[in-house]
Design a protein. Sequence first.
Length: 113
Amino acid sequence: MSSLNFNGGSLPSTRKIPAVNSSHGKVLYALGLYGSQTARELVIRTGFCGAQERANELKSKFYLPIAKGSKLIQMETGRNVYVTTYSIDWNYISFNDLQDFMCRAKMFYGDLD
């Protein structure tokens, strides 16, 4: 696990990047590689039924800027509903900060498709 020094106001001064081969690492890689995703998309890409919980833990335990949003999707029944999306908030962290992690994760996981 590596650390990033960051002065984020009320956040702790050090963010932790999860290990590449951990469930948190795979979720972070999916978010970095594919951008904003619903919980269902994260589960499909990572294979973890608790992928949305991992995304929440990236924010609360690792202090990474994970943003929640919403997206209107059409269910199989034809009904339109809003679902929660998860993404990396690039306003608070740069891709350069995650570049080493993303390179190692790409070698470990490939494209996740």
